[in-house]
Write a protein that binds this ligand. Sequence first.
Ligand code: FAD
Length: 367
Amino acid sequence: MKKIAIIGGGIVGATAAYLLSKQADYSVCLFDDEQGQATKAAAGIISPWLSKRRNQRWYTLAKDGAVFISQLAKETHMQSDTYIQSGTIITRKSKESLDELESLAQDRKKEAPLMGKIKRVTSDEIKQKIPLVTANLQGIYVSGGARIDGQKFVTHLLRLSEQNGVQVKHEKVALVDDQTIQFNGHLVHFDDIFLCAGHGINDLLAPLNYEVKVYPQKGQLIELRVPAYPDDRVSPVLMPESEKDFMPVGNGQLIIGATHENGPGTDLTFTQEAFQELLASAQRIDNHLSENDLVANRVGTRSFSDDFSPFFGRLPGSKHILVASGLGSSGLTTGPIVAKLVTSLLEHDDGFSNYQKPITTYISKKG
Ligand SMILES: Cc1cc2nc3c(=O)[nH]c(=O)nc-3n(C[C@H](O)[C@H](O)[C@H](O)COP(=O)(O)OP(=O)(O)OC[C@H]3O[C@@H](n4cnc5c(N)ncnc54)[C@H](O)[C@@H]3O)c2cc1C
């Protein structure tokens, strides 16, 4: 039986642990220090099809990623508070932009049946679907858009993994060489090690003399109380043009997010500036909201690469280390499929050139 270590218990690590736990050939130990985990802070929108990004490899990965998440949710019997196909509404201010978006949606649907029904929605129709909205908006409704709760998703997969024998340790670890991990004063040998530690990959690989072009980005979001909103109503996620995403998630709760702050990087302080920016955006959509509606905030650290693309695979020059990082602002969408692709490398090698540039674009040995 092969001994595998997974370093990082966000969406990539938790999915990898679950997938490996279903195979008898592996004994798996997952380490996570829960510092600024992006997965737990994330908004949870799974709707990549109408993104403005024109990176074809990223799009293919995100499109296939959305399908894989829906399969994983079904296979593991996720509850509706963890994964739900709530639908998504993306708005545009001008008729020309809306026409363009609708034609992109129809085109993309040919290869993405998960998108489901596509419909142009008027201001009244948006207000019917999301009664909180007071602004006059127009957009495209995509019925297959989904949202997940990152924290519940990870907890669910780790619980199943533990039932299948995976050990989960809440420890910060360091790499000693490409088969040895140090934690809590111990050195432990593994056959293979999977680093899915977000931007923490930099510190982990520094002792092995690697340079990784990945950077931390701070993301903040707020949860507002909307008590008058019915508990059992499933509303689409609203992605209003030039505003923050607006997500009624049931239980009288509304999520508004998120900020993208490169300067503060790993700082996890919730700031008044972010609160005011997020609230002001939310108020332009629902003019009843006020400061008093704040119930919670979330702050996490995304990892991003120079071209904002995830990178994953075998560490160049190593037979035993696998890596995944740089998932950026769409890592809940791409994380599970990245975990599936990387764990498949334990059986057979592949560079995944349809999904990413060569991994040496992002990681190299110094000197
Ligand atoms: C505010 C916000 C909103 C977002 N919204 C969305 C969204 O709507 N849709 C979407 O698709 N994506 C979204 N994202 C992006 C998404 O959350 C991330 O890309 C994704 O969660 C990254 O997953 P990961 O497993 O790679 O890393 P993470 O979730 O960051 O997990 C890495 C883990 O590794 C641990 N670690 C690091 N170093 C060590 C070490 N030495 N020892 C032990 N553990 C270590 C960390 O503590 C962390 O728990 C959002 C992100 C943020 C911050």
